[in-house]
Design a protein around this ligand. Sequence first.
Ligand SMILES: NC(=O)c1ccc[n+]([C@@H]2O[C@H](COP(=O)([O-])OP(=O)(O)OC[C@H]3O[C@@H](n4cnc5c(N)ncnc54)[C@H](O)[C@@H]3O)[C@@H](O)[C@H]2O)c1
Length: 251
Amino acid sequence: MSERMAGKRVLLTGGVANIGLAIVEAFIAEGAIVSVVDIDVKKGADLEGRFGGKVKFLQADISKEEEIRESIAKAATWMNGIDTLCLNAGIQLSGKAETFSTADWDRVFAINVRANFVFVRESLNFLRQGGRSSVVMMSSLAGKRGAPGLTAYSSSKAAVIGLATTLALELAPEGIRVNAVCPGWIDTPFNQPAINFMGGREKQEAAAKAIIPLGRQASANEVAPLFVYLASDESSYVTAQAINVDGGVYN
Ligand SMILES: NC(=O)c1ccc[n+]([C@@H]2O[C@H](COP(=O)([O-])OP(=O)(O)OC[C@H]3O[C@@H](n4cnc5c(N)ncnc54)[C@H](O)[C@@H]3O)[C@@H](O)[C@H]2O)c1
């Protein structure tokens, strides 16, 4: 494996399973060290041993501003700085707009959008010191086009694109890049609320086959390489973009 991320000090949210874990594996293979911030202490517990000291697990509920600040301070102390923010954590709650509660709307936005804003704002001093710093935010295909039954989720992922592109323009003069990634259907348990809304796994698979030009859902490992590209200096002239990994759905 090459060393495309040698020396990079990454704070990554939502990295204990599925897409986030695939990103951690790819980053470590490319020479980075990673502070994984996640609420799930059970899944996070064995991460440090598994990656031989190149990963630190930091438990935090990123819907709480104070816990975000604490996790940034701990990550920066452990890595002696932060030059890469990879904001992948998110939740999905399903339900048509007419029955969706305001409390659920606020929770989705607190985790999927507000946390990303707070992470960037509170990390800026470190990103400025880091040199060629990069921020990569997880959006979704659902942020580019409407997703029936995912009112708040789809809206929140559209907001992530607005946040990422705006921050990219604000921070470009300082050489800090910000991009968003928009995956389509990635086969992880995360999509269960959407699958329930669609009437079950069989119906969802049939719909995916019909809608996706490549004819299948993707695995988490097919998303991680784009994060490596955007987090590394290979993408030094790429900023303010929202890039799809969706098998050709959005064209
Ligand atoms: N699976 C897909 O089809 C798909 C498609 C597009 C985008 N995405 C996005 O990719 C990201 C990862 O999805 P995944 O499929 O790997 O699912 P996942 O549930 O494994 O990942 C989400 C992670 O966020 C963490 N998290 C949730 N709430 C948190 C909180 N309050 N504080 C800290 N951590 C919290 C979870 O513990 C989990 O590790 C999500 O942002 C999701 O919106 C997924």
